[in-house]
Design a protein around this ligand. Structure first.
Ligand code: PLP
Length: 280
């Protein structure tokens, strides 16, 4: 007997959506973002299936990255929020993880924790999102400090994140792009370093944001990317099918109530279906 409610994950669709990212940004490498349990689709199953097809993986926290390593994932993994403690930094080095540096305290942590082998770092600039990222006026010093450190891989990746790429009417992404490019172009030694900017929505709509590495997340799972309708809505395929069953139908008169604490009331006489899903 099968459950009446099922979320069925189509791994092949996730792969096809990833391949669309490669088509839309043919000159970039694309990191498959599988943070938050692969946006609820199952971290280990998604990673194991995608591994042969993707350039690298991105997760939010080190625990997710270490779980991937334990499950035998050998591809490069970027930890999007980096680490905050020496023990985590050591563990990241042992597991050959790539770490984001988004705050000066993380620069200090790297400088003060000697590692046995060079670690690959992504230095994130706050170009306008104002959640994570080194401030523009602190960015140059962060680069210099990291490049002077014996256990930092000198091939830093310079990155930033868009706040509003999902709104096709917003000029914010263009402004952030300008801040990022200007800062990098004006710093000696930065022009040769790799860059990373685009999330899914930018990948699908802002060609100028395509750099060495894009970071598509939500598009892999086939969800709409924009507040407005967009051609990508048709191209992406849903990675989840959600099935359930109607297990009762009743006729309610206007003014009667449904459910706990009589919270919902039909505005007219109605046929009400009860589905085999939900908390209570
Ligand atoms: C979540 C995340 C992404 C992916 O964003 P989507 O909009 O889901 O494509 C990319 N970069 C960073 C830093 C993120 O945190």
């Amino acid at each position: 007997m099968s459950r009446q409610t099922q979320a069925i994950i189509h791994l092949d669709k996730i792969k096809q959506n990833y391949q669309l990212a490669n088509q839309w940004a043919p000159n970039s490498k694309n990191i498959a973002i599988i943070k938050a349990d692969a946006y609820g689709h199952g971290l280990l199953k998604v990673a194991t299936y995608l591994q042969p097809h993707v350039a690298a993986f991105g997760v939010a926290i080190i625990d997710e990255a270490l779980a991937l390593r334990q499950a035998g994932i050998t591809k490069n993994i970027l930890v999007l929020q980096g680490v905050n403690e020496a023990e985590e930094l050591q563990a990241a080095s042992d597991a050959d993880l790539w770490l984001t540096i988004h705050h000066p305290s993380q620069v200090d942590l790297v400088l003060s924790t000697q590692l046995k082998k060079p670690i690959k770092l992504w230095l994130k600039l706050d170009s306008g999102m104002h959640r994570l990222g080194i401030l523009p006026q602190q960015y140059r010093k962060a680069i210099e400090d990291l490049l002077a450190c014996a256990w930092v891989d000198p091939a830093l990746v310079l990155s930033s994140h868009f706040s509003s790429a999902g709104d096709l009417t917003s000029s914010t992404s263009a402004q952030q792009l300008e801040v990022f490019n200007q800062l990098i172009e004006s710093q000696a030694g930065c022009q040769n370093l790799e860059r990373s900017l685009a999330n899914s929505a930018a990948l699908a709509s802002i060609i100028e944001s395509h750099t060495d590495w894009n970071r598509p997340g939500i598009m892999l799972y086939g969800l709409p990317l924009f507040e407005q309708s967009h051609s990508s809505d048709k191209a992406l395929q849903a990675a989840m099918t959600f099935n359930t069953r109607v297990i009762a139908i009743r006729q309610l008169k206007k003014g009667e109530f449904v459910g706990y604490s009589r919270r919902w009331q039909p505005k007219k006489n109605s046929s009400i279906a009860t589905l085999a899903v939900g908390l209570c």
